[in-house]
Design a protein around this ligand. Sequence first.
Ligand code: ZN
Length: 83
Amino acid sequence: MDTRTSAAGPAERLCHWHSGTSTTARLVATYPPVSGGGAADLYACADCRERHGLTPIDTLTTDELYTHLREAVAPYLHLGRAS
Ligand SMILES: [Zn+2]
């Protein structure tokens, strides 16, 4: 009768803002690979989202997500900037 006990409750994830695990951590940003590293999925817990004004990425519209990604990579895009 205890076959489902381990499946209960949300999974803990690492919050990249306070560098600890939290069951409230959600994906807030995905940066493309830079400097040869892999893509970084950044998770923030509820406290850190409130403190830093972060929005879970799955609540963004497509336009908002696109804007977010453009801003995220802007510091790295020195080439091809129209002016
Ligand atoms: Zn946190």
